[in-house]
Ligand binder design. Structure first.
Ligand code: ES4
Ligand code: ZN
Length: 326
């Protein structure tokens, strides 16, 4: 891709990005070295060769193993700097960044270490990278609602550092409705709400995210195309979907990119955004996702500009801040 390519240059917001999924193998080995940890991989090339997934669960195994090298404030700062630098080069002007508190606290890394490390990078992101940022803390659905509630209690003193909460990790067998109490508390605390739904899970989980959790955006949501009434509802209410095309291919939610439901979503009038999800693992950052859908699905540059505008409108920025990017 040329550096002048619209896929890279159009100003955009990234709304679905797990910071732990931006851990590049080189930084993983560097963190392992300085923390005295031995990764179960021979080298960077060996680790990259394992990025061949059969489904969400097969990815999550590598994702949680990889992030075990993140131990110190500096690790989280370096990780975030690395993402912001790459995102900037792909036209990202605003990023709403997910992190998984439980993935760190359950292995003995304090929430304060994670938050301080992230914040040290984010504090100067606008000056250094021209990227404004927000933070969204995600609950791991496979750890259950009680663990989510305990995590929320821990997060509450830091609520002013967060824009919202989300729900992620293994989806099938973990319906959103169990998390209604913790989402209610987050709403009462003034936080915005998002949830992964309809990635591997059925349309019913998307209904629950909307009607039971009351989310402001649905992460993925692609299986909504299996339910016409649901798709109509999402289009009518302009509930944004944060779609991650390269992720969907890598995790085999779709067989090939040219079979992706993105054109159907757009044709139905859904407010659709393009995002990278876990860019280190899925073969590209957000501009690469823009490029791929133009290449494989026939969207033109005007359509890419529309996806970018959608990302700004679907962001949690105020109207004035959105105007700056539109
Ligand atoms: C994730 Cl692709 C995906 N789906 C669900 N949870 C996740 N956490 C990180 N990446
Ligand atoms: Zn995700």
């Amino acid at each position: 891709m040329s550096p002048e390519d619209t896929a890279l240059t159009v100003p955009k917001a990234e709304l679905h990005l797990h910071i732990e999924g931006a851990l590049e193998p080189e930084l993983a080995f560097e963190c392992a070295r300085r923390n005295g940890i031995t990764l179960p991989y021979a080298d960077v090339a060996d680790l990259r060769r394992r990025y061949d997934f059969s489904d969400l669960q097969s990815f999550l195994g590598l994702y949680y193993t990889g992030m075990d090298v993140l131990r110190t404030r500096q690790d989280f700062t370096d990780l975030t700097d690395s993402y912001l630098d790459r995102a900037r080069k792909q036209g990202v002007r605003h990023a709403e960044i997910f992190f998984d508190p439980q993935a760190h606290t359950t292995r003995g890394v304090a929430l304060e270490t994670v938050l301080d490390g992230l914040e040290a990078s984010l504090a100067t992101s606008e000056q250094r990278f021209g990227v404004t940022t927000r933070l969204i803390a995600c609950f791991l659905r496979d750890h259950g609602p009680d663990s989510a509630m305990a995590t929320f209690d821990e997060l509450l003193p830091h609520a002013h550092k967060l824009t919202g909460v989300g729900l992620d990790s293994a989806e099938a067998g973990f319906p959103p409705d169990a998390f209604a109490p913790v989402f209610d508390r987050a709403r009462e605390a003034g936080l915005r709400l998002v949830a992964h739904a309809g990635e591997e899970g059925p349309p019913e989980y998307v209904w629950q995210a909307l009607d039971v959790l009351g989310v402001d955006r649905v992460d993925h949501g692609i299986r909504a195309v299996e339910d016409t009434a649901l798709l109509r509802r999402i289009a009518r209410d302009q509930v944004p979907l944060t779609v991650c095309p390269l992720s969907n291919v890598r995790l085999r939610c779709v067989d090939t990119l040219d079979e992706h439901c993105l054109p159907r979503l757009v044709d139905t009038g859904v407010l659709t955004t393009l995002n990278s999800d876990d860019p280190s693992y899925f073969g590209g950052y957000v501009g690469d996702n823009f490029h791929a859908v133009r290449q494989e699905l026939g969207f033109d540059d005007a359509a890419l500009r529309e996806f970018a505008a959608n990302s700004v409108r679907a962001s949690f920025l105020g109207a004035g801040e959105q105007d700056r990017l539109l």
